[in-house]
Design a protein around this ligand. Structure first.
Ligand SMILES: [Zn+2]
Length: 203
């Protein structure tokens, strides 16, 4: 019985020693927090109304330097698929505190990442992994082509009190009251209705 207790005690002590060694090796300047994968979904609509979707992945994390003087560190990130297979390895570096965002140039199958940060002597100062994916959406849209928007000016305005027709932007067209306004959709339509082009705006 006593022997068993002794073995247990030795095991416990060795676990404690191991733990203290681990914390000692963690005793470096760099602190890395809130590691996650950022998936940026881009949805772009062009002037013809066609929608294009694409996604980009980034490794995002917060870095602080305990000493306050941040050095340059090498970063190695492995992109893993859902089976845990490495699909791409990214090499980069960080040299500033705060939020760091490293493009992962991975294919869409990335499900988790493993990250290693080394100092200039090659010593690993941080090692971590995450499968946390935060998705953000970016929606962009092209303005319709100029010719399309100007098609609305392909209407002509006239007053039922006169025989002139105008471009809607003409100062005389602006003076036509809504009650008297006659709208034509082509020059010919106005001419055929017996109207003459205004000499100021020459529609
Ligand atoms: Zn006019």
């Amino acid at each position: 019985m006593n022997k068993k207790l002794l073995i247990l005690l030795i095991a416990l002590v060795s676990v404690l020693i191991c733990l203290s060694v681990v914390t000692a090796s963690d005793n470096n300047d760099l602190k890395v927090k809130s590691l996650k994968i950022n998936k940026v979904k881009k949805i772009h609509t062009d002037s013809n109304g066609n929608t294009k979707k694409s996604s980009k992945y980034y490794a995002k994390f917060n870095v602080t330097s305990k000493s306050g003087s941040m050095k340059k560190y090498d970063v190695e990130i492995q992109c893993l698929d859902k089976k845990g297979k490495v699909i791409k390895t990214i090499k980069s570096h960080i040299d500033r505190e705060g939020k760091n965002k490293i493009p992962l140039k991975c294919v869409s199958g990335v499900k988790s990442i493993k990250i290693k940060i080394k100092d200039d002597s090659g010593k690993v100062v941080f090692e971590g992994n995450t499968s946390k994916i935060k998705t953000t959406e970016k929606v962009t849209e092209d303005q319709p082509a100029k010719s399309e928007s100007s098609s609305s000016s392909a209407t002509y305005w006239a007053s039922s009190n006169s025989n002139k027709f105008h471009n809607p932007s003409c100062e005389w067209a602006q003076k036509i009251s809504g009650r008297n306004k006659v709208v034509f959709h082509s020059r010919n339509e106005a001419l055929n209705s017996g109207y003459q082009p205004c000499q100021v705006c020459s529609p």
